[in-house]
Design a protein around this ligand. Structure first.
Ligand code: FES
Ligand SMILES: [Fe+2]
Length: 451
């Protein structure tokens, strides 16, 4: 009998694990919702060919919502950041106390970029012949204006991209006619309603050049199937094949993975005491405690997290459930943004091609700590770029997490090389555990006009 669309691991489901937790999880984590996306053909040349990257440059990046920066990157009127991907280049700028705009970063005279990197300006002034624009994008001056009598100043405003704010992030869509972000991202806002990421600040922000296609890199974070092989030090406390995969909307999927439950192969073979002992090591030593014999691992671990993180971050986490404190509650917004709900790993990822090379990408990790409530000062982290051969552990603020991310990304060099060397046209995806990758490629097909 075919198991297409119904295949599931025999172990206890994520829902059955959280049903036993003493603190009820929020309603959004008690939902299980997926549509099996049907058969999925993923040609390996999607990851290697310049032709496919060119399709993405034409039909994907200019037409989808993308996270450009955090609001804290734009503290004052005139603060700007540039955002680039493929042939899209935008200046995202605060134009007023409550207004943020995004302009295509190209001089309307002969094309020079109007801004580089980030900073603060009063006007955008082109370095080449000094045409200038006001912060709101209207034309300000054309030197030797007598020679441009044929140009109507009113038609020379900088072309704009659509802008939306959510969770303290600024999103842009280069297409000004884009569908509203709220509609595109649904039900993202609903799921995060009780966990507003607006209340976080950027504790760390690092990026690393990865010698692999941006999709291959991103897909390493769309499944937990790799946990046992790639992260062997976590096998006693991080589940793999029983994690829950949800397809929540055309552009939103998520994965819920239990902590305090071992990988499938070890379920029933390790004691809760051993699980708790290993898992509590993610906390600073002063918050770790001797583990009693009769303990339930998740209950013990959640208590350590509640106590430790509340003090460490100066926030009150006493009301959070075990699921919010311990689990991987990771969402993916098409095409390249991953916000995490919960506090176990308070992070977000973004993935982009690196330049126009389909064999390289930029992966970014943002660590978003809750804003302290005791008045202690906190600072927005500056961005740190790591080269392909540098360890994530060398990034400020990532130290402990670095090893796990190195494990994830070290595989990718080999993934990319092997995709090039393959002789079968297609990769082979799991039916359930890799459902988000299936969903993702179906969505990409529609975007690129391939289905
Ligand atoms: S190219 Fe910008 S002013 Fe000439
Ligand atoms: Fe991983």
């Amino acid at each position: 009998m075919s198991t297409r669309g119904t295949a599931r691991s025999a172990g206890p489901s994520y829902q059955s694990v959280i049903a036993e937790d003493p603190t009820p999880p929020p309603a959004s984590l008690r939902v299980e919702q997926f549509d099996w996306p049907g058969d999925t053909r993923v040609d390996r040349r999607r990851y290697t060919s310049r032709e496919f990257a060119a399709l993405e440059a034409e039909h994907l990046w200019p037409k989808v919502w993308q996270m450009a920066c955090r609001l804290e990157h734009l503290p004052e009127v005139g603060s700007f950041v540039t955002y680039e991907v493929a042939d899209v280049g935008l200046i995202v700028v605060r134009t007023g106390a409550d207004t943020i705009k995004a302009f295509h970063n190209s001089c309307l005279h002969r094309g020079t970029t109007l801004a580089e990197g980030e900073g603060r300006v009063g006007v955008f002034r082109c370095p080449f012949h000094a045409w200038s624009w006001n912060l709101d994008g209207t034309l300000r001056t054309i030197p030797a204006e007598w020679d441009f009598g044929h140009v109507d100043p009113a038609s020379m405003a900088l072309p704009e991209a659509a802008v939306a704010l959510w969770g303290g992030f600024v999103f842009v869509n280069p297409d000004p006619q884009a569908e509203p972000f709220e509609h595109y991202s649904a039900p993202l806002a609903e799921h995060f309603a009780e966990h507003p990421l607006d209340d976080r600040y950027l504790f760390a922000h690092a990026g690393r050049i990865i010698e692999a296609n941006w999709k291959a890199t991103l897909e390493a974070f769309l499944e937990t199937y790799h946990v046992a092989a790639t992260h062997p030090h976590t096998v006693r406390f991080a589940n793999d094949n029983e994690s829950q995969t949800d397809t929540l909307g055309p552009n939103l999927t998520r994965m819920l993975e239990a902590t305090g439950v071992p990988i499938s192969a070890l379920i029933g073979k390790v004691s809760d005491r051993e699980i708790a002992e290993k898992a509590q090591r993610v906390l600073p030593r002063r918050y770790q405690q001797p583990v009693p014999d009769d303990v339930r691992a998740r209950t013990f671990l959640a208590e350590r997290m509640r106590e430790g993180l509340s003090e460490l971050w100066a926030v009150d986490l006493s009301g959070l459930s075990e699921a919010e404190l311990l689990d991987t509650d990771q969402y993916h917004l098409f095409p390249n943004f991953f916000p995490w709900l919960g506090v176990y790993l308070p992070i977000a990822y973004r993935f982009r091609p690196w330049g126009d090379d389909p064999q390289r990408s930029l992966m970014e990790i943002m660590v978003l700590h809750p804003k302290p409530t005791d008045g202690r000062p906190y600072e927005t982290a500056s961005f740190q770029l790591l080269q392909a051969d540098e360890s994530w552990s060398t990034a400020r603020g990532l130290e402990q997490l670095g090893m796990v991310f190195d494990q994830d990304t070290d595989n990718l060099v080999r993934v990319q090389r092997g995709l090039r060397f393959g002789r079968r046209d297609e990769v082979t995806l799991g039916d359930y555990l890799e459902i988000r990758i299936r969903h993702y490629h179906h969505r990409l097909d529609r975007q690129l006009g391939l289905s």
